[in-house]
Design a protein around this ligand. Structure first.
Ligand code: PEP
Length: 257
């Protein structure tokens, strides 16, 4: 059975004091709340080791929001898969729409990152999703297919157990507009069918596909009940301990009846 995953992407938010306070609160909450889903946070990279230390007795994973494909080198400002492994950080987001569209990261670079992470025994959360104009032009599936086929090029079947996907329509990220459950489900189903056609039925069945795009306590329940939605990657609502834990509690109630 696929694991439900709820993860928070903090983007470029929080000072050290705010991070420490959040980690303390989520650690206490997690001790008290017997959750069945997988919970994670992606803090700014400067706080990864602090988060790993503060959560060492909790069942919450900590990941990087971005990573380079090379292990070492003259790449000012970047961090590498090997560096993540060396601090025991085992997850990384690849291809977030802000990396694609603000920082201009292209699919061949994203594919190199995915391959390098997997070669370093890291787990990948690969984000894919269409822009508003692409959806309006009826190109959603074409965009998803292009991203998947390029970003997962040359990935072997046995490595897919370390890949999670996040369908994040760009028009829904940080905008307050959420895809309707039907719209999101249709995209997730398309992605799962693509996995069947390009990998195996078993891989398609077992791969977690999260939804991302203005997920909040008020909309998580209607999304999570959809057959192919296996969790959420959450930006804004993950910054606040009350809204993040509320989303997790509501998702759990609906998904493990
Ligand atoms: C995200 O950053 O991946 C995201 C989905 O953001 P938000 O929840 O704020 O739309």
């Amino acid at each position: 059975m696929r694991k439900i995953v709820i993860a928070g992407n903090w983007k470029m938010h929080k000072t050290l004091d705010e991070v420490t306070d959040f980690l303390h609160k989520i650690s206490e909450w997690e001790d008290a709340f017997q959750h069945k889903c997988k919970i994670g946070i992606f803090p700014p990279s400067i706080y990864i080791t602090i988060a790993l230390q503060q959560l060492q007795n909790n069942n919450i994973f900590v990941g990087a929001q971005n990573v380079h494909d090379e292990d070492f080198g003259a790449f000012t400002g970047e961090i590498s898969p090997q560096m993540l492994s060396s601090v025991n950080c085992k997850y990384s987001i690849v291809g977030h729409s802000e990396r694609r569209h603000i920082f201009g990261e292209k699919d061949d670079f994203l594919n190199k990152k995915v391959r390098s992470l997997l070669a370093n025994d890291q787990k990948v959360v690969l984000c894919i999703g269409e822009k508003e104009e692409q959806r309006e032009e009826g190109k959603t599936e074409e965009v998803l297919e292009n991203q998947l086929s390029q970003d997962l090029k040359k990935i072997k079947d046995q490595h897919m157990k370390d890949v999670m996907l996040a369908y994040e329509p760009v028009w829904a990220i940080g905008t307050g507009k959420t895809a309707t459950p039907n719209t999101a489900q249709a995209a997730h189903k398309f992605v799962r069918d693509w996995l069947t056609d390009n990998f195996t039925e078993e891989i398609a069945r077992d791969t977690t596909i999260m939804y991302g795009g203005s997920v909040k306590p008020k909309n998580i329940e209607s999304l999570i009940v959809e057959e192919d939605i296996d969790g959420a990657l959450i930006g804004g609502a993950s910054l606040n301990i009350e809204s993040f834990t509320k989303v997790i509690e509501l998702a759990e109630k609906k998904s493990f009846k």
